[in-house]
Design a protein. Structure first.
Lengths: 282, 303
């Protein structure tokens, strides 16, 4: 009886701790959203009012137009969408191609190839960014979409996920298709790739998200305003002398909406067992 | 006899297709991973400058001597180490604690996980930007701390004092990744068989006792994995520090190694020295990733 009572008290206090933690974690997000509708002077007011007293949706216009009225953010958003989407698509496509080769074909040196590709995970991007930059400059890829996209066309993590997923693909189906005279590329495209759904979706979202976040490489390769992506724009916008705090938060909200929509519409893949972890087991 | 020939030909054909499928990967990783890696190591032995038309001169270990002898490098090493420890301890403890609490909850598990996870969805730069405003002298952080400690009107200099700016970058990071690692722990705890816990319950073990004697030891694969992941993440931190310094925070206390590499290459144009730091970072990561791969393979076998 006493024990039961104590456990209930324990579980209630645990829930309270958790509720406070969740509330605190959400504070900056509420702050971002609320402030994006406030005049700058209200954002720094003491005490801070969570709900805007004066609504200023003009922050969003200012965010998109920029401090100099060049509307560069629109262009930079477009760049981010284009770059992240291309990379998501190519990562899924190329990783499944290579993952399929590693999962379903037996050939001499297969393990060596697999280990070599996995080995690239140990190479931090920060280590190779300067040689990569020099290569890209030599190839004339500065300030171009090619320069932003090509170094991330695929990655070892993607190959790993797709290989693990495709290993479980039934061999009988592949053999049946072969007996029917289906060519190997056809088998890959019509049978394997069409059925790679869940793993491919997870990988696509993770790759998209990763590029949406990428600051370091665009900073190096795209110094032209026209070719910047969202993170680089944000840094520039925030560092400007006359940056308006409300507009800054509007910039932040605009940058966050796509990834939030993407993640929470696919939350079943990411919550209750993160996709990364899922990928780690067969 | 004939049959064996046909099988042999099929096998050869299959193996050709295998190579065909992995070929794009081989080409890609050779050009965009292995070559740049070797190039970084190679360049670290040369006096090479960006935008210079002069041919790089081989100078042996001089770059290493310069870097390892410079106060600037050790400052960066210290900044990175401070940041890593300062993030690791609270992040590890809190995500483990919250995971344990979430597991014990009857209702609202999904909501709690989604709420804690939501900052992880944001871009690092956006996360840093939100905090940049909240940490302003007139901002929310000062108001909140002064309200808790009942010290109205004190400016805690979040973005200007050397120690506080370090603390600020840690806060941003812990806030952003808390939910991510909590979910990893929740998943790990979920894999512990219920029967073990029930047996302990029968024996009369309380929740705290169960956590330390059962959950924690059985969770070892996850704790090692999470530890290494946090360490790797922290050593590669860049965005927060970059945004803060660009917006006027002092550079020295948060001049982490990646920021230093970036500045050495792009501002000082000294590719050789940047490559030395890149190589050292690589060696450190190599060790950590090796541990990570080994434990994740072991944990696969365990579970």
């Amino acid at each position: 009886m006493m024990r039961k009572y104590r456990e209930t008290v324990g579980s209630i206090s645990g829930t309270i701790v958790l509720a406070i933690a969740c509330a605190l974690v959400l504070v900056p997000l509420v702050f971002m959203l609320g402030s994006s509708f406030m005049p700058a002077i209200d954002i720094m007011k003491m005490p801070y009012r969570w709900i805007p007293e004066v609504w200023k949706p003009g922050n969003y216009l200012r965010a998109l137009a920029g401090n100099d009225g060049s509307w560069m953010y629109l262009r930079n958003i477009l760049n981010s969408v284009l770059v992240s989407t291309s990379i998501a698509v190519s990562t899924v496509l190329l990783s499944s191609l290579v993952g399929y080769g590693l999962a379903k074909f037996r050939f001499r040196g297969r393990n060596a190839v697999f280990m070599a590709i996995m080995g690239t995970m140990m190479i931090p991007f920060e280590t190779i960014m300067i040689p990569l930059y020099l290569i890209a400059v030599k190839a004339g890829m500065q300030n171009s979409y090619a320069g932003l996209i090509v170094p991330f066309l695929m990655n070892a993590f993607g190959v790993f996920i797709m290989r693990q997923y495709l290993i479980t693909f039934p061999d009988e189906m592949l053999d049946a298709a072969r007996i029917d005279g289906c060519s190997e590329p056809r088998i890959f495209w019509d049978i394997v790739f069409r059925n790679a759904g869940p793993a491919a979706a997870t990988l696509a979202v993770l790759s998209f998200r990763q590029q949406w976040d990428n600051l370091l490489w665009p900073l190096l390769i795209a110094q032209d305003e026209q070719m910047k992506t969202i993170p680089a724009y944000i840094v520039k916008f925030a560092a400007e002398k006359h940056a308006d705090e409300g507009a800054m938060m509007a910039v932040a909200v605009i940058a966050s909406v796509p990834v939030f929509v993407l993640f929470f519409s696919l939350s079943k893949y990411f919550l209750g067992g993160s996709a990364v972890y899922q990928a780690g087991k067969e | 006899m004939k049959r064996r020939e046909i099988v042999g030909a099929l096998e050869r054909n299959r193996s050709k297709w295998g190579w065909a499928f992995v070929a794009p990967g081989l080409v890609f990783f050779s050009v965009f991973s292995f070559y740049p890696m070797l190039n970084a190591i190679w360049t670290s032995f040369f006096n090479k400058r960006l935008l210079s038309l002069k041919k790089p001169v081989f100078i042996g270990l001089q770059n290493y001597q310069k870097v390892l002898g410079s106060e600037d490098f050790w400052n960066s090493a210290r900044a990175t180490a401070t940041f890593t420890v300062g993030v690791f301890v609270p992040l590890f403890i809190m995500s483990l604690l919250f995971a344990a609490l979430i597991t014990n909850m009857k209702r609202g598990k999904r909501f709690a996980q989604a709420a804690l996870y939501s900052p992880a969805v944001l871009s690092s730069v956006v996360a840093a930007l939100i905090w940049l405003l909240m940490l302003d002298p007139r901002g929310l952080a000062n108001q909140f701390v002064n309200w808790i400690s009942m010290t109205p009107g004190i400016d805690h200099q979040w973005l200007s004092s050397a120690t506080m700016v370090q603390v600020s970058t840690m806060i941003v990071y812990v806030w952003k990744y808390l939910g991510y690692f909590t979910i990893l722990f929740v998943t790990g705890i979920g894999k512990i068989p219920d029967s073990v816990n029930e047996a302990a319950l029968m024996d009369g073990a309380g929740p705290i006792r169960r956590f330390f004697s059962i959950t924690l030891p059985l969770l070892r694969p996850t704790t090692v994995l999470v530890s290494v992941m946090i360490l790797i993440q922290c050593m590669k931190t860049f965005s927060t520090q970059y945004l803060f310094t660009q917006s006027g925070a002092p550079l020295a206390p948060i001049n982490v190694i990646t920021l230093n590499i970036y500045n050495t290459a792009m501002r000082d144009l000294n590719i050789g020295r940047a490559s030395v730091m890149s190589t050292l970072l690589f060696l450190l990561m190599l060790g950590l990733t090796w541990i990570q791969l080994r434990t994740s393979r072991n944990s696969e076998a365990d579970l």
